[in-house]
Design a protein around this ligand. Structure first.
Ligand code: HEM
Length: 141
């Protein structure tokens, strides 16, 4: 990620924070529209789940300049996700739902550069989680 990507993600996320609850609802509605079968993986309260998701994104966005500090936590998150029944294919669907939500939340501020910066951020997080889930499975095999 370039320094300019980091600035774009941080500045745009600041506009999402005040509407985080709505953004989380929009996100899950879109996710289940894209793939209704994913609904069955979520067993807890969806409001609470939305809060956890936004908090984790906020942590990652806050640490973009020093990603090494959060890699261990993101890897653990990835390993836990394998236990939730999440597969590698699901990450693309979640990425699509996330970008769609940002587009709805940011409106005209969701420029192509902002979209590219968020795509880079999500890809980085998702690849770190997927890699950890693979290692966890290899270790368990
Ligand atoms: C960057 C990507 C993602 C982030 C930051 C993220 C974040 C989180 C967080 C913070 C939790 C709370 C539980 C925990 O900490 O272990 C969670 C749970 C969960 N996530 Fe994710 N997640 C991501 C990707 C995905 C994907 C691709 C799926 C696939 C559908 C998914 C499905 C779930 C499920 C099923 C749970 C457990 C819900 C339950 O306990 O009922 N997540 N996620």
């Amino acid at each position: 990620m370039t320094p300019s990507d980091i600035t774009l993600v941080k500045d745009s996320f600041r506009k999402i924070v005040p509407i985080a609850d709505q953004a989380a609802s929009l996100f899950y509605a879109r996710l289940f529209e894209l793939d209704p079968s994913l609904r069955a993986l979520f067993r807890g309260d969806m409001h609470e789940q939305g809060r956890k998701l936004m908090a984790m994104i906020a942590t990652a966005v806050g640490a973009l300049e020093r990603l090494d500090t959060i890699v261990p936590a993101v890897r653990q998150l990835g390993a836990r996700h394998a236990g939730y029944g999440v597969t590698e294919d699901h990450y693309a669907t979640v990425g699509a739902a996330l970008l769609w939500t940002l587009e709805k939340g940011l409106g005209a501020d969701f420029t192509p550069a902002v979209k590219a910066a968020w795509t880079a951020t999500y890809t980085l997080l998702a690849n770190t989680m997927i890699d950890a889930a693979r290692s966890a499975q290899t270790a368990a095999a």
